[in-house]
Design a protein around this ligand. Structure first.
Ligand code: PHE
Ligand code: FE
Length: 298
């Protein structure tokens, strides 16, 4: 048996637009004692597989942080133990949640250096793919870089920027969501040893870890804030384009200015398909586009 939430994670409510999801907002204690042997085994299997794959593929900051936090394959980590290390390092706190939060709640957590972590883990038959974030994605993927002081500050700034964008309107929010997608979830970083992964959506996926670095299909393009904010993305296939930062400092500095004028400017700017390459791009690699779906960018 696998730990599953007591209440359905995402309730649906009937409206005149049909059924719409209502996300749960509550912060919950991690019910650690309810994890089954299968749950711990799922964590262990995924942990071992990804760690082996990620040595030499994920950035050093990520791998080192996992070790410093005492993450391992023997059991699902306890949030309160991780919080002792994380709190001492950068002042971040993990809070347990049932699943995706409403945007404003999510931003508010980040702005206060709280990272919401889904407490339940996927079933054994979902090892290779699960559509929604679970404990493995959130904890293995997102939490380690919160140990890095620069990235930790970036995430807080993102949260405050999210609250602000939410007040500006849906286009601003879309611009900001794309930034999150192409950095926090699917970012690559250039290092003296070559490109490395830092995005949580990549490190928590075996297929995308290999695809993002080794496939000839995707574009790999230098980080450019406005360009990213104009670019659609994929939610159901590997990315067609990965954006490459030179350092976490670059990310921090490029996103420090007030985005308000940029949002206004981008309302008139063209939107780019997920796979497009522009003359102005700093191209690390132009993808072959092999296997790309022709529609479905969001
Ligand atoms: N500087 C951004 C703003 O003014 C906030 C932000 C920082 C957003 C870092 C994302 C990442 O809205
Ligand atoms: Fe995520």
């Amino acid at each position: 048996m696998s730990a599953q939430p007591i209440a359905r994670r995402v309730e649906h409510q009937q409206t005149d637009k049909g059924y719409v999801p209502v996300y749960t907002t509550a912060v919950v204690e991690q019910p650690w004692d309810t994890y089954s042997a299968d749950d711990h085994a799922t964590w262990g299997t995924l942990y071992r597989r990804q760690r082996e794959l990620l040595v030499g593929r994920a950035c050093e900051e990520f791998l080192r942080a996992q070790d410093e936090m005492g993450m391992g394959d023997h059991q699902i980590p306890r949030f309160d133990q991780l919080n002792e290390v994380l709190g001492a390092a950068t002042g971040w706190t993990l809070v347990g949640v049932e699943g995706l939060l409403p945007e404003l709640d999510f931003f508010d957590h980040l702005a206060h250096r709280r990272f919401p972590v889904t407490w339940w883990i996927r079933r054994p038959d979902q090892i290779d793919y699960i559509a929604e974030p679970d404990l493995f994605h959130d904890l293995f993927g997102h939490v380690p870089l919160l140990m890095n002081p620069v990235f930790a500050d970036y995430m807080e700034a993102y949260g405050r920027g999210g609250v602000k964008a939410h007040g500006i309107g849906p286009e601003a929010l879309q611009n900001l969501t794309r930034l999150y997608w192409y950095t926090v979830e699917f970012g690559l970083i250039d290092t003296p040893d070559g490109l490395r992964i830092y995005g949580a959506g990549i490190v928590s996926s075996k297929g995308e870890s290999l695809h993002s670095l080794e496939s000839a299909a995707p574009n790999r393009i230098g980080f450019d804030l406005a360009r990213i904010m104009q670019t659609r993305y994929r939610i159901d296939t590997f990315q067609k384009t990965y954006f490459v930062i030179d350092s976490f400092d670059q990310l921090m500095q490029a996103t420090a200015p007030d985005f308000t004028p940029l949002y206004a400017q981008l309302r008139q700017a063209p939107q780019h398909a997920a796979g497009s390459v522009l003359d102005s791009d700093r191209v690390h690699q132009r993808g072959t586009g092999e296997g790309w779906a022709t529609d479905g960018d969001v």
